[in-house]
Design a protein around this ligand. Structure first.
Ligand code: KG4
Ligand code: ZN
Length: 337
């Protein structure tokens, strides 16, 4: 079964064709980063307008790369939530029109569930249950996955998402956008122990697995002035020290969840899962099986959308053409609340 996946939740306009939820026949990801960079962040109005201009071309390229005609597509899926509403609607409505015109099933899927599905495109031996670490520009979620659509949130962020913290600090330091990738690059030549940034003190009760980035962000921004006065600082060291602390914040909560649940498999996903320090630090835990998608499947892509859609179709499920977009995370349950 060939499924066309469409992803337009933020600033990537992507289309992919995946066979039977596993075999990627094409995976086209176009990014709008150069158009948002001058604003140091994604401008929703620009994003939705560009998706409107690009979506047909991107879908055509996905079909061409797979040497397929629209009549070879058996079902079409798109991200429905969470994301920027105007952007989501472009991909969702395109997918609905495609499905309606060809009289094939349509699936509105959750973008975060799809990030968690991404490694399944590359690994055949990931068994439920496992712990998920979903870290992107908009979300930070530590969760327990009992099935592809049975996800319980254990912890989340009290303020900024992990990627958002990277992006905001990068913006303030004048490093550029998107901050995560740039800080990671700069850190390669920096000393992660050069500066001490604070860790939040969230370790009890309902917040045991939550994270917070506001303290780190404020400290990192305030320190810049002191560093400037000293005039001897090295931007690589600042980047590396910030990155190390940002990752430690995630790992403290994640490893607490490992101890408490006894789960030994962790699946990471989302743009921040591309972070080299995070990947290295998690891989040091030899007692755990840590699974990262390859870099091209960490960030937003449509192969994960098509792959996840197959799981629903295999269960005989599809969506109504009335399904609509939402800016919020919808498909996750919250543990014990
Ligand atoms: O999953 P994604 O592509 O889009 C969202 O759904 O948000 O994630 C984008 C986020 C951005 O905040 C970006 O700065 C961050 O992922 N990111 C990274 C790295 N590459 C991208 N953060 C840390 N290290 C990286 N190497
Ligand atoms: Zn994403």
């Amino acid at each position: 079964m060939n499924i066309l996946g469409i992803e337009t939740s933020c600033d990537e306009c992507a289309a992919s064709i995946v066979e039977d939820g596993k075999k990627i026949l094409s995976n086209i990801v176009t990014t709008q980063i150069p158009f948002h960079a001058e604003y140091n962040g994604v401008v929703p109005e620009i994003a939705s307008r560009m998706h409107t201009q690009w979506i047909s071309l991107v879908v055509k390229e996905a079909l061409d790369k797979a040497s397929m005609h629209p009549s070879d597509i058996d079902a079409v899926a798109a991200s429905a939530h969470p994301g920027l509403l105007g952007s989501l609607l472009v991909g969702l409505n395109f997918a609905k029109a495609f499905a309606w015109a060809r009289d094939i099933p349509f699936l509105a899927v959750d973008h975060m569930l799809a990030h968690l599905y991404a490694p399944m495109l590359e690994f055949d031996d990931i068994d439920y249950p496992f712990l998920g670490l979903l870290v992107s520009g908009g979300h930070t979620i530590i969760c327990r996955a009992d099935n592809f659509d049975d996800i319980r949130v254990l912890g989340t962020t009290m303020d900024d998402a992990a990627g958002e913290a990277f992006d905001k600090v990068s913006k303030h330091y004048g490093f550029g956008y998107p901050g995560g990738y740039i800080i990671d690059e700069l850190s390669q030549k920096g000393n992660p122990n050069a500066f001490n940034f604070p860790l939040p003190s969230l370790h009890k009760g309902n917040h045991k697995y939550d994270v917070s980035y506001s303290g780190l962000k404020t400290a990192a921004i305030n320190q810049l002035e002191k560093f400037r006065v000293a005039e001897t600082y090295d931007m690589h060291d600042i980047a590396a020290s910030f990155q190390k602390t940002a990752v430690e914040i995630l790992l403290r909560s994640l490893f607490r969840a490992v101890e408490d649940t006894g789960l030994k498999t962790i699946v990471a996903g989302g743009g921040v899962a591309a972070n080299s320090y995070l990947r290295a630090a998690m891989s040091e835990r030899k007692d755990l099986r840590v699974i990262f998608p390859s870099l091209s499947l960490c960030g937003d892509n449509a192969a994960m959308i098509a792959g996840l859609a197959y799981c629903y179709l295999a269960r005989g499920e599809s969506s109504s053409l009335r399904a609509t977009a939402s800016a919020r995370v919808k498909s996750f349950k919250r543990q014990g609340r």
